[in-house]
Design a protein around this ligand. Structure first.
Ligand code: SF4
Ligand code: SF4
Length: 223
C-alpha cells in the first residue's frame, strides 16, 4: 500500500520538524569548543612551525656554512640566484673567498629544488631531525609584497663582506630554519623598495629621453 500524502497541516508540521532538526545540529555547535583557528595572530604556535621539515616554502641560505662554490647559482634553470665574490689574501697569507652578494629572486623561483640538490654543503638546522643543505627551503610561506622587486631577498646586506666557510665532508650545525629568511625579508622590504623607486625613476627618464630623441625623426617623417 502506498503511503498517503500528508494534508495541508501535515505539510506544515513536516516542514517545521525539518527546520528544527537542522537548527538542532547548528545549536549543538554553539556549545562545543571551536575547531577553527583565527589565522594568523591567534594560533597557539606559529603556523610555519606546524609544517613538516620537507615543506617547500621560501628559500634561504645559511651563510655561516655556505662555501661559496656557486653550484646553486649554476644549476638554477632560471637564474634566480646571484652570488658575487672576490679572492683576497687573509692575515695568514692564504687566499680567502669573500662573498659580497647572495641574492635569491623569489619572484622567479619555481621551487624545483635543483639548487638544493646541487649544494655540496650538508648541514643540520637547529631543532631539525633531518640534515639539509646550506641552501634549503624553509617552512615560511607568506611573501606578500607591494611589488615583485621586493621579492629579491639579499642575504648579504649591500656593502657587507662575508668570508666563505671551509668546505667539509661532514654535516655541520646551522641556524634554525627560517631565521635567515625572515631577516632577508625584512631587509628586502626596505632596501628593494628604494632600489625599485630608483629603477622606476631611471626608466621614466629613459622614456622621456627616447621621446625627445624621437621628435626630430617624427618631424622628418611629416615632411
Ligand atoms: S628552487 Fe629551482 S628555481 Fe628556485 S632558486 Fe632553486 S633552482 Fe632556481
Ligand atoms: S649555498 Fe651551497 S651550492 Fe650555493 S654557493 Fe653556498 S655552498 Fe655552494
Amino acid at each position: 500500500m502506498s503511503q498517503s500524502e500528508p494534508g495541508y497541516f501535515g505539510v506544515i508540521v513536516r516542514a517545521a520538524r525539518t527546520i528544527i532538526d537542522g537548527l538542532a545540529v547548528t545549536m549543538s555547535y554553539v556549545f562545543r569548543p571551536p575547531i577553527t583557528v583565527q589565522y594568523p595572530d591567534r594560533t597557539p604556535v606559529p603556523v610555519p612551525d606546524t609544517l613538516p621539515e620537507r615543506y617547500r616554502g621560501l628559500l634561504e641560505v645559511d651563510l655561516e656554512t655556505c662555501g661559496a662554490c656557486k653550484a646553486c647559482e649554476r644549476d638554477c634553470p632560471i637564474g634566480c640566484i646571484r652570488i658575487d665574490m672576490t679572492k683576497e689574501k687573509g692575515a695568514d697569507g692564504k687566499p680567502k673567498l669573500i662573498m659580497t652578494r647572495f641574492d635569491i629572486d623569489l619572484a622567479k623561483c619555481m621551487f624545483c629544488g635543483l639548487c638544493v640538490e646541487a649544494c655540496a654543503t650538508a648541514c643540520r638546522c637547529d631543532g631539525d631531525t633531518e640534515p639539509t643543505k646550506a641552501i634549503h627551503f624553509t617552512r615560511e610561506f607568506e611573501g606578500v609584497v607591494e611589488h615583485p622587486a621586493q621579492l629579491v631577498y639579499r642575504f648579504i646586506r649591500p656593502g657587507d663582506r662575508i668570508v666563505a666557510a671551509k668546505t667539509v665532508k661532514e654535516t655541520v650545525p646551522a641556524r634554525r630554519r627560517g631565521e635567515a629568511l625572515r631577516e632577508a625579508r625584512r631587509h628586502a622590504q626596505v632596501y628593494n623598495a628604494l632600489a625599485f623607486a630608483w629603477a622606476l625613476d631611471h626608466a621614466q627618464h629613459q622614456d622621456e629621453e627616447t621621446v625627445a630623441g624621437a621628435a626630430p625623426a617624427g618631424k622628418a617623417a611629416d615632411q
